[in-house]
Design a binder for this molecule. Structure first.
Ligand code: G3P
Ligand code: CA
Length: 282
């Protein structure tokens, strides 16, 4: 019995153990080395997982991390300047209170846009779209989201007027949830690359609607929760690209790759560097 144990059971158990270790190691490795080769990476509101969103610090970090594009949110000030801020109100991201539209640019510039993210960013200010382009155009792509055009009336004209000073069309994309704002920009300048942000309630999208969007947009972009393989295939058949965004959803990269998306928009700018950050958040 002792002999049999030595000759058959011990080697069999060892082989199984080696297989388990190999498989475990392999699957860990395949998670760690997710290939983003050829995928577009976009730093969402700048690298906003590392620095206060839509500030110079976040955009600089996105550049350093090697993102392909910096995403930013643009609105109008009381005196009709293009300011980068996500919310309709300044309360969440600055030390001010009230609606962005009730502040002049000079007043917005006096607000602290860093401390609410972390005290080490105290003194960080809001910046204009003009300042972003002056500092980053030519170094990295810029993905500009037009926010709330119904409130920020005339924002389309202001953006087009500014972008006409920046001739490399491939390195700039203007996106919005508001299809009418994008159509207006297309009317004003057909060379500006456009991206439609899809609201989850529009899923599934009819082929007719995809045709309509593809007639003026280069990108059709989704939140990871509403991404659907058939829709991605239909969009790509029409020579449009698909970007997928999420703030913290860990399925972002895997789903984007699995469904054949062209890129990801993330607060952490890159993968797999960011994977560890996601792990820490969990
Ligand atoms: O780029 C996609 C994303 O920015 C849209 O959502 O709310 O972060 O502006 P939100
Ligand atoms: Ca945005």
């Amino acid at each position: 019995m002792k002999e049999m144990w030595k000759k058959t059971i011990v080697p069999a158990v060892s082989v199984i153990a080696i297989c388990i270790l190999f498989l475990a190691g392999h699957s860990m490795q395949s998670v760690k080395h997710v290939e983003l080769e050829g995928m577009i990476t976009v730093a969402h509101r700048g690298a906003s997982g590392f620095a206060p969103e839509n500030t110079q610090a976040a955009f600089q970090k996105g550049l350093e991390l090697g993102a392909d594009f910096l995403e930013c949110d643009v609105q109008l000030t009381k005196d009709n300047e293009l300011i980068l801020i996500h919310d309709l109100h300044v309360d969440r991201t600055t030390d001010g209170q009230g609606r962005v539209r009730d502040y002049t640019l000079e007043e917005l510039k006096r607000l602290d846009a860093g401390t609410s993210f972390h005290p080490s960013f105290a003194g960080e200010t809001l910046i204009t779209l003009d300042e972003l382009l002056r500092d980053f155009y030519g170094k990295i792509g810029i993905l500009i989201e037009v926010k709330n055009p119904a409130i920020n009336k005339g924002i389309e004209e202001k953006i087009v007027e500014l972008l006409e000073d920046y001739p490399d069309r491939k390195s700039i994309i203007v996106q919005s949830f508001d299809v009418n704002a994008l159509k207006r920009i297309h009317e004003l300048n057909k060379d500006i690359q456009l991206g439609v942000l899809i609201n989850g309630s529009f899923i599934p999208m009819s082929t007719k609607y995809i045709d309509e969007l593809a007639s003026f947009a280069t990108f059709i972009n989704f939140n990871v929760t509403s991404l659907d393989k058939r829709t991605v295939d239909e969009i790509r058949k029409r020579d449009c690209k698909v970007l997928v965004w999420s703030k913290k959803d860990k399925r972002l990269i895997q789903k984007a790759i699995l469904y054949g998306a062209d890129g990801v928009i993330t607060d952490f700018s890159r993968w797999p560097v960011d994977q560890e950050v996601y792990m820490e958040i969990e």
